[in-house]
Design a protein around this ligand. Structure first.
Ligand SMILES: C[S@@+](CC[C@H](N)C(=O)[O-])C[C@H]1O[C@@H](n2cnc3c(N)ncnc32)[C@H](O)[C@@H]1O
Length: 447
């Protein structure tokens, strides 16, 4: 690594041209039209870092020590914040209204910045944009402003950039890549795309790129965002995308379409395409977000991409714990701690409907009984759910879940440990179960 850095430094330092640094906002560039061959930007990632607020800490000292050397950079008592393109609800009074204004402020400045880039870029020039965020809403906002300014990506690549332990990443989910998008100016005569045709194109182009990204080892939440560049490369070529009834398809709809393609691809690769919806949701959530909390909106988008409904997953399956706008997906011990869920399982068991329940319900029920060493109840559940063979698909699901969860931390690691123990003892468990007679009588699963 050090050698590469040394090579780069020694090569770049030989460039004879002297660079010029300008101090100002990207939303108002002091350059003529069609001036640059390339513009490369690393804009703020929505609400990830409040740069100006953080800078105040250093600014007050720098102002005193070197302020007279750079008066143009230290003209104000604190860092100027009005033109900063970040989502910072606190600056607008906080709460829902502050959040709404902060989002609009960010979107406006990003849009103006992209319009400026379009203006200063030569017609054949290239704009390279880096961006990352785990929230679909942040991506939607960025893509909308990029496309509205007349730019669209013709190539994109996810690059592993974030250190897991970095300050602003810690506790914010699993994203470790930045997406680099090489964008061009959309030709002024670009046509309208028709939804069916654009969708077919997405279904052809996106999986091709996903295959490359999968082979490169990109997984989880990073895999979801890796598809955005290629997808926007498809629909961004058009001035707009329309349905046959004349209604314009939104960027949000197209990103949702993309998410469904990624979900189907990932489930196929994980060998889980045959699963019921709640199980797909559970495994994908763990795969992408581990044990993290998500906004209701984000979790709902994931649910939709597997054809499920978040409210239903919460009410019927107890797969969601909701606190205001935040949701989390409980591990087996927490799910089985819910009275209502226990009751539902007991009723299904009594009425002989256990086999019809979601596979994740089976897996969690088995983990619960296993952790209590209740072999009699385990025997009854395995028997009545029809899971007595070693090659039953339920074991494959449990194995896939273990693979997804084994790199997770926190309480998900607890579930992974229990799963590993259960699967490690599967053969002896099934032998033991065969020896225990299920009398067929009614009995309480949860004593
Ligand atoms: C993701 S960081 C870029 C970090 C940079 N690549 C580096 O390695 O230091 C985004 C930067 O955009 C700056 N920024 C925010 N609003 C801006 C605006 N209106 N014009 C220009 N820069 C802005 C932030 O202060 C922050 O330094």
């Amino acid at each position: 690594m050090e050698r590469i850095v040394a090579v780069c430094l020694s090569r770049e330092s030989r460039i004879p041209q002297v660079g010029a640094a300008h101090h100002g906002s990207a939303a108002a560039l002091p350059f003529p039209d069609k001036h640059f061959d390339a513009v490369v930007i690393d804009p703020p990632y929505a609400d990830n870092v409040p740069y100006a607020d953080l800078s105040d800490f250093f600014y007050v000292w720098l102002r005193r020590t070197v302020g007279d050397l750079y008066p143009e950079a230290f003209g104000t008592p604190l860092v100027p914040k009005d033109e900063e393109a970040v989502v910072n609800p606190a600056r607008f009074g906080g709460r829902k209204e502050g959040e709404r204004i902060a989002q609009a402020h960010y979107q406006r400045l990003m849009q103006q910045s992209f319009e400026e880039i379009y203006r200063v870029l030569k017609p054949e020039g290239m704009a390279v944009v880096m961006f990352t965020h785990r929230s679909t809403a942040a991506w939607e906002s960025l893509i909308r402003s990029l496309l509205d300014a007349g730019l669209y990506p013709t190539a994109s690549w996810p690059v592993h950039t974030e250190m897991e332990a970095s300050t602003h990443q810690r506790g914010k989910g699993a994203i470790q890549s930045t997406i680099l998008m090489a964008c061009r100016r959309r030709p002024e005569n670009a046509g309208v795309g028709w939804y069916a045709q654009v969708r077919a194109e997405l279904e052809r182009v996106v999986p091709e790129r996903l295959r490359e990204f999968w082979q490169a080892g990109i997984r989880g939440a990073d895999f979801f965002i890796s598809a955005i560049g290629p997808a926007v490369g498809v629909f961004g070529r058009y001035r707009k995308v329309m349905r046959p009834d004349g209604v314009e398809v939104t960027v949000g709809d197209l990103l949702e379409e993309t998410r469904a393609i990624v979900t189907a691809f990932a489930l196929e690769q994980l060998g889980l395409a045959r699963l019921d919806k709640p199980t797909r949701f559970y495994v994908l959530y763990r795969w992408a977000y581990g044990g993290e909390e998500l906004s209701f909106d984000e979790a709902n988008k994931l649910a939709k991409s597997v054809g499920a409904d978040l409210d239903e997953l919460a009410a019927e399956h107890r797969l969601i714990e909701r606190k205001g706008e935040r949701v989390r997906v409980p591990i087996f011990a927490k799910r089985l701690g819910s009275e209502a869920f226990l009751k539902a399982l007991q009723t299904a068991f009594d009425e002989g409907r256990l086999g019809q329940m979601a596979e994740i319900d089976h897996v969690h029920l088995l983990l619960h009984l296993w952790s209590k060493s209740d072999v009699e109840a385990l025997a009854a559940v395995l028997g009545r759910a029809g899971v007595l063979a070693e090659e039953h698909p339920l074991w494959r699901t449990a194995q896939a879940l273990l693979e997804v969860e084994q790199s997770a931390g926190g309480e998900v690691a607890e579930e992974a440990t229990a799963l590993a123990q259960l699967l490690g003892s599967k053969r002896s468990l099934l032998r033991g179960v065969a020896a225990v007679q299920d009398s067929g009588r009614q009995f309480r699963l949860f004593g």
